[in-house]
Design a binder for this molecule. Structure first.
Ligand SMILES: [Fe+2]
Ligand SMILES: [Fe+2]
Length: 149
């Protein structure tokens, strides 16, 4: 089923997350430290803001349409992923576990949540998700001082 417009930015993020997950699953002892620094940076800049949009707008909307079990799984996955991401030097096995969890989380959201609920989610929630995604993608205004006259 085609993704509705309001959820398309989140689905685009999911593609990026799957690439990251695959890198984690292929982590080797020699490159683990460097890989993990890149993963944490991507988590901070992309995944965490994405999770926040879902936490704030998607989960209450799922609960409102009687999909509390799916909302709970998403909430639990986010907590588990955040917990691993908070570790600054995890073992290779833990990095690989992060990759597995991230990949299965994304697939769950795409196949079990978006696919099954996208036409039932309340209009206000969809609008809020789309607006939050747009805001996330808009660069922050420059803090540089205006040029001197
Ligand atoms: Fe999520
Ligand atoms: Fe997501």
């Amino acid at each position: 089923m085609k993704r509705i417009a309001e959820l398309r930015d989140l689905s685009d993020d999911h593609h990026t997350a799957l690439v990251l997950a695959q890198r984690c699953r292929e982590a080797s002892a020699s490159g683990a430290a460097e890989l993990w620094q890149r993963v944490r940076e991507a988590f901070r800049l992309e995944l965490e803001p994405h999770f926040q949009i879902e936490d704030r707008h998607l989960l209450p909307a799922l609960e409102a349409i009687g999909e509390s079990d799916r909302a709970r799984r998403i909430r639990d996955d986010h907590a588990a992923l955040r917990e691993i991401a908070a570790n600054d030097a995890p073992a290779v096995g833990e990095i690989s576990r992060f990759g597995d969890l991230l990949a299965s989380h994304v697939r769950f959201e795409e196949r079990e949540v978006f696919e099954r609920t996208q036409h039932r989610l309340p209009r206000a929630a969809l609008d809020a998700i789309a607006a939050a995604c747009r805001a996330m993608r808009t660069p922050a205004p420059s803090r540089e001082a205006p040029p001197a006259r």
